[in-house]
Unconditional design. Structure first.
Length: 494
């Protein structure tokens, strides 16, 4: 073992070690006064070497830690311990505190008398700050987990999470209720298990590969897939199922999330509405059509006085107006339930326009409006004749209601016969909205504003016409100029 003399003789090595050590090091007297300190400790405490040499360890120890430090040094000096180690707060020159891991040892002479105190201090501030940030992050993660768990269980939709191989990782209370209906004998927790899960029309059970769980576990994203669950037809529930893959930070699929929403009440309400619309379509439209036909026959009867003919004309105009309103109502009701499918077949658009002009003559005559039509003898297109006639009726009715003296209806072929352009132009007052966007409104049932209530089909009629034209892959544009009139142009593919 090296003697104290050997250690003192190696002073140069000691100074070199202290100077380049990243750890704060100091040599203190037995009274605790700094004799020398390395650069790392000076930087840690914010003192230069000369200033630090005037201080004792009391001056650089936080008051709350001083008693423990003094007690430990005293025990070392009387021989109770040879060294000690503790974590304490060290005071910097600016009064701030730095947390340090302090190791203290006592150097004795050959007779065993205390000679010097050697101290090493490792700055723990960075690690302590990191630990505090980690603790705060853990608390935030835990709080977020608690909030997410509360939402997960409280939401009325069924929520289900699969891992990468289709095993159930988590499901909420609502999903457990759904699973109990679809799998009354229990579920093994794996995607693709057959149960009482039926197609949207309830005609058959879904095959395992068709099940939403199978598709989701395979990583397929989808939304609003409708299925029915439950063994008893009277108690079955309709579900709208949506799935999304779950990916990690690298983009790899690690599972899938599934949401199931009970839409039974909505589906049944839609079915009732469709039944009502079908009944209205038959019970209202059929007698109105018959009444209009008989009115035309009566008007053609000989020997009627001018007053009678005038009154019959008013009856026919109002009956036709009522028929158009019924048609609008039926179409709008079907559109809101997603049922107004286009039944496409070859039709003659020119014939439809001529029929619409002929039907509008009564209204036009009652308003002293002249109807002018110009079109080819035949203009074949592929579309739904009833719906397109409905749209043309509404466009002409809007123009007649807005016109001053004349409504012009032109139909021409463009793009070498690939499109038909139908224009309906009136010479009425027009509106300040040049592109006519306000005339369309925002929905099929939006109320007319007071400025246009005087127009018999403004707003609703144009909205329905646009809906029909767009369903046929066409386009409709309106240009209106205040004091000049309004032009509606429709382009349909042939």
């Amino acid at each position: 073992m090296a003697s104290v003399t050997d250690v003192r003789d190696s002073g140069d090595l000691w100074r070199l070690t202290m100077e380049h050590s990243p750890v704060g090091m100091a040599l203190l007297s037995t009274e605790g006064v700094f004799l020398t300190a390395n650069r790392a400790l000076c930087e840690m405490l914010g003192h230069d070497a000369e200033a630090l040499a005037t201080l004792s360890f009391h001056a650089v120890t936080h008051p709350d830690d001083l008693e423990l430090v003094v007690k430990s040094v005293r025990g070392m000096l009387i021989g109770e311990v040879g060294s000690f180690r503790m974590v304490k707060r060290c005071l910097r020159a600016d009064g701030s505190a730095v947390l340090g891991d302090v190791s203290v040892a006592l150097l004795r002479d050959d007779e065993g008398r205390p000679l010097h105190i050697i101290a090493q201090v490792v700055d723990l501030s960075g690690r302590h700050a990191l630990e505090q940030r980690l603790d705060a992050a853990e608390e935030e993660i835990e709080a977020a987990h608690v909030r997410a768990e509360a939402v997960f269980e409280a939401v009325d939709a069924g929520l289900l999470l699969f891992d990468a191989v289709g095993n159930t990782v988590a499901l909420n209370r609502r999903q457990r209720e759904i699973m109990a209906m679809a799998y009354p004998d229990g579920h093994g927790g794996t995607a693709g298990q057959p149960g009482f899960v039926f197609t949207a029309d309830q005609s058959r059970l879904l095959e395992p590969e068709e099940l939403p769980s199978t598709r989701a576990a395979a990583g397929e994203p989808f939304e609003d897939a409708v299925v029915w669950i439950g063994a008893e037809p009277r108690h079955r529930r309709a579900l709208s199922v949506t799935a999304r893959p779950v990916r990690d930070r690298t983009g790899a699929t690690v599972g899938s999330a599934v949401a199931c929403t009970d839409i039974t009440d909505l589906v049944r309400a839609t079915q009732v509405k469709e039944s009502f619309v079908a009944a209205v379509s038959h019970e209202l439209r059929t007698p109105l059509t018959a009444a209009l036909a008989y009115l035309e026959l009566v008007e053609d009867s000989p020997g009627l006085s001018d007053d009678i003919r005038l009154q019959l004309g008013a009856v026919r105009r109002n009956s036709r107006r009522l028929a158009m309103l019924v048609n609008d109502l039926i179409y709008a009701a079907r559109a809101t339930t997603g049922t107004p499918a286009v039944d496409r077949y070859r039709i003659d658009l020119a014939a439809l326009v001529r029929e619409a002009l002929s039907a509008a003559e009564v209204d036009a005559a009652g308003k002293d409006v002249r109807l002018v039509g110009r079109m080819a003898e035949e203009m074949p297109v592929i579309g739904d004749g009833m719906q397109l006639r409905h749209a043309i009726d509404n466009l002409i009715a809007h123009a007649v209601g807005s016109a001053g003296d004349e409504v012009r209806v032109d139909a021409t072929l463009t793009d070498r016969g690939r499109h038909v352009v139908l224009s309906v132009v009136d010479d009425g007052d027009g509106v300040a909205d040049r592109d006519g966007a306000a005339l369309f409104g925002s929905g099929l049932f939006v109320e007319q504003d007071t400025e246009r209530e005087r127009l018999p089909t403004a707003g609703r009629g144009l909205r329905i016409a646009r809906s029909i034209i767009e369903a046929h892959g066409g386009e409709i544009h309106v240009e209106s100029n205040l004091g000049v009139g309004t032009a509606v142009r429709v382009q349909l593919p042939c």
